[in-house]
Write a protein that binds this ligand. Structure first.
Ligand code: PLP
Length: 479
């Protein structure tokens, strides 16, 4: 039979060859183009040229995959990736993913992977305390991402609000539930509403103010109006760090409204939640401790690999109520222990051990390391801000987080200006940034999302921006 194990000698050699290549990528990331030129035929043929009827040697197959990933990926690990919230993955997390792959802990049943399960419980407790939840009330579950965490929040809110939801689902409701979030909230909220069968029309996007925070007055009025018209306000989502511009909603004010009308208060802190780990930034999350639940993506600002998100709740029993189901085939050996099976907290059943990479990262870098990591990125962000202003760029957003939406005021209504600059910089392979429409002003958007970004990288980006602005003016206007 085919040797699925390889021989011991082969394994050692393959580990050596693969790790050497990976170390080279990790070491030399900044010598690569941040993003590839996309030629779909070329990329597709690099995949399909493999013939499963005539398998490759393991060495050739592995090196081929590494080479193609390097060639045909955007590289968030590059210090000049100023993009969405995709980090450079810290090395402890990388090793942890390898370790997890070897042991492949089965996180459906506690008794199959008790260490991995306790690691996740511990992280949920410790991070839950950082967010200000009372220790004896904290519960939570690791999810694949913020989208699954937001969906989990909606399911908890439904099971909390409608006592027969598990039995009768939407058919048991006499009133249509409504979700409230700002117009700048993440689209995974809409997706969650669609997934559970409530549909898009159950999500009310509330107007935002000049800084793209939810208008608390509009929120209040909409809720009052909906109650009068016979709807059931179900959940308010405050965003702590919007994806577009890093706006943080007024969580204290939202909580007050949620308590007045007895509505589930969820905070989507997928990106911004990590600010809680920094002594200077954490004040901006005031009110998060009052929430019923929180979405937090460690795979954003905590620089661990993709697929590491956490849903927190301050309702000790709501996850079990939402997800527990009894079966004959699941092991029963924990019934007398003071713990719960992970599957009774999660949408997933068989589940990868997600928490280990965060556990090892925290074991090695500590809270202090993360305080510094976030402080460093904020410092680089402040430097970028200062350089933008010195170079006559105008910053439109006011987030305390290191995200900047900026333009040249002469072109604030010219979409072509920002899009041309964005495209030319991306095509050059030197940096990666995006565009965002900020209160109808077309802006470039750059986020300091990589802990290895330095002031020198910022200086280079500023030069690229200035050059593209100059070229745009020369191309479009005779000067
Ligand atoms: C990224 C993000 C999400 C979605 O999280 P994923 O991990 O990509 O699923 C949700 N909300 C906000 C505010 C985000 O920034």
């Amino acid at each position: 039979m085919t040797n699925f194990n390889f021989t011991s000698l082969e394994r050692e050699e393959l580990l050596h060859v693969v790790l050497k290549k990976l170390e080279k990528y990790y070491h030399d990331t900044n010598s690569l183009d941040v993003s590839p030129i996309i030629n779909i035929e070329e990329i597709a043929s690099s995949v399909t040229k493999i013939d499963f009827d005539n398998p490759e040697t393991p060495r050739k197959a592995l090196l081929n995959a590494i080479e193609n990933l390097q060639k045909y990926s955007v590289h968030p690990a590059h210090p000049k990736y100023f993009g969405l919230f995709n980090p450079r993955v810290n090395f402890a997390s990388i090793l942890s993913d390898l370790i997890t792959a070897v042991f492949n802990p089965q996180l459906a049943a506690w008794s199959h992977a008790p260490f991995a399960a306790e690691v996740e419980n511990f992280i949920i407790k410790e991070l839950g305390k950082k967010f200000g939840y009372q220790p004896d009330k904290i519960d939570g579950v690791f999810t694949t991402g913020g989208a699954e965490a937001n969906l989990t929040a909606l399911l908890c809110a439904l099971n909390h609000t409608f006592s027969d939801f598990a039995e009768n689902g939407l058919f048991g409701m006499s009133k249509k539930p409504i979700l409230y979030c700002s117009a700048e909230a993440h689209h995974s909220i809409q997706k969650a509403a669609k997934t559970v069968g409530l549909g898009y029309s159950s999500v009310k996007s509330i107007k935002t103010d000049d800084n793209l925070k939810i208008s608390v007055d509009d929120l209040y009025q909409e809720i009052q109006k909906d109650i009068k018209e016979g709807y059931q306000p179900l959940m308010i989502i405050g965003t702590a760090g919007t994806t577009g511009s890093g706006a943080i909603d007024d969580l204290v004010a939202i909580n007050k409204i949620a308590k007045e009308f007895d509505i589930w208060f969820h905070v989507d802190a997928a990106y911004g939640g990590a600010a809680i780990l920094n002594k200077d930034l954490k004040q901006h999350l005031n009110g998060i401790e009052l929430s019923d639940s929180i979405t937090f993506d460690a795979h954003k600002w905590m620089s661990v690999g993709m697929g590491t998100s956490i849903f927190f709740t301050s309702h000790r029993h709501i996850l079990s109520k939402t997800f527990r189901i009894t079966t004959k085939y699941m092991p029963k050996d924990i019934e007398n222990l003071k713990t719960e099976d992970p599957y009774s907290h999660s949408i997933q059943w068989s589940r990868r051990a997600i928490g280990l990479k965060l556990y090892l990262s925290l074991s090695i870098f500590g809270w202090k390391g993360y305080d510094e990591l976030i402080g460093h990125q904020k410092m680089i962000g402040d430097y970028f801000k200062q350089k933008l202003i010195e170079n006559n760029w105008s910053i439109k957003n006011k987030s305390p987080l290191p995200i900047y939406c900026f333009t040249d005021d002469r072109f604030s209504t010219n979409q072509d200006f920002v899009q041309t600059i964005e495209q030319r910089i991306i095509d050059s392979g030197k940096s990666w940034l995006s565009v965002y429409s900020f209160n109808k002003i077309y802006t470039l958007r750059a986020c300091i999302t990589n802990y290895s970004t330095t002031k020198m990288d910022i200086d280079e980006l500023i030069l690229e921006l200035n050059k593209e602005r100059k070229d745009f003016i020369e191309r479009n206007f005779i000067v």
